[in-house]
Design a binder for this molecule. Structure first.
Ligand SMILES: Nc1ncc2ncn(CCCCCNC(=O)c3cc(-c4ccc(F)cc4)cc(O)c3O)c2n1
Ligand SMILES: [Mg+2]
Length: 214
């Protein structure tokens, strides 16, 4: 049977990227998705904004919702200082299998931990299962209809603290209108929109950065 899009992306990484070099994994994926086959990675333009938010924050504990092929896990993981950890949740087992290989090819298997399953099932179990107290940084990039429910769940589970930064991808395309309304209206958050473009295209998209005020 035909290979899947994530499997073809992984092959490009294994054929063209330098093992243990996250920068080359990122540039191979961006080149492949821009020139051969589009894929829903955050991409280089929004990725540059993601990099600047992570670099400024220098987080120790990071949660990513929605791994896909591991592109943003590699982007974030490469910027984390020693001892810092990224936990990334992926619902789709086929995506998870590819992402594990991409993360390993980048040499980030000791910094990035991939957990398979639905965010709604795992969030209530993160503290007792991984000994996590609160997160410094959260990147939302999974199913857009689930963004709002999941941050409310993170609040209920007390996994946010004063100053936790949430960064949400695709708030314009495909869009997360209920999430945007909530973080922009709630006194619990200080929210700001970073206008950009949908990965590898000219369509508008952007990232919403929301600081939890606690
Ligand atoms: N954890 C968890 N829990 C529960 C779950 N249920 C499902 N999932 C799996 C989520 C499926 C992937 C989510 N991502 C996107 O849908 C996405 C789409 C586009 C895009 C696509 C086509 C266009 F024409 C324009 C833009 C662009 C992006 O940048 C994206 O991120 C779950 N995951
Ligand atoms: Mg996205």
């Amino acid at each position: 049977t035909r290979t899947t899009r994530p499997q073809r992306l992984l092959k490009a990484v294994q054929d063209r990227a330098i093992r243990g070099n996250p920068k080359s994994v990122i540039s191979v994926i961006d080149h492949y998705c821009r020139n051969q086959e589009w894929a829903m990675n955050v991409g280089d333009e929004k990725g540059f904004i993601l990099d600047s938010v992570v670099s400024e924050l220098n987080p120790q504990t990071v949660l990513e919702l929605g791994t896909y092929c591991g592109y943003s896990a590699v982007r974030i993981g490469r910027l984390l200082h020693s001892g810092a950890r990224l936990l990334t949740l992926e619902f789709n087992p086929d995506y998870a299998a590819v992402a594990r290989e991409v993360i390993s090819w980048a040499g980030l298997e000791n910094t990035v931990q991939l957990v398979e399953g639905a965010s709604g099932d795992w969030i209530p179990r993160l503290r007792e299962h991984f000994g996590i107290h609160t997160f410094d940084f959260i990147f939302l990039d999974h199913w857009k209809e689930g963004y709002l429910a999941d941050i409310k769940l993170l609040e209920e589970c007390r996994l946010l603290r004063k100053g936790t930064v949430l960064l949400a991808d695709n708030v314009v395309c495909p869009g997360a209108p209920d999430y945007l309304e909530y973080v922009r209206k709630s006194p619990l958050y200080d929210s700001r929109y970073f206008k950009s473009h949908l990965e590898y295209t000219k369509a508008e998209d952007g990232l919403e950065k929301s600081v939890y005020l606690g």
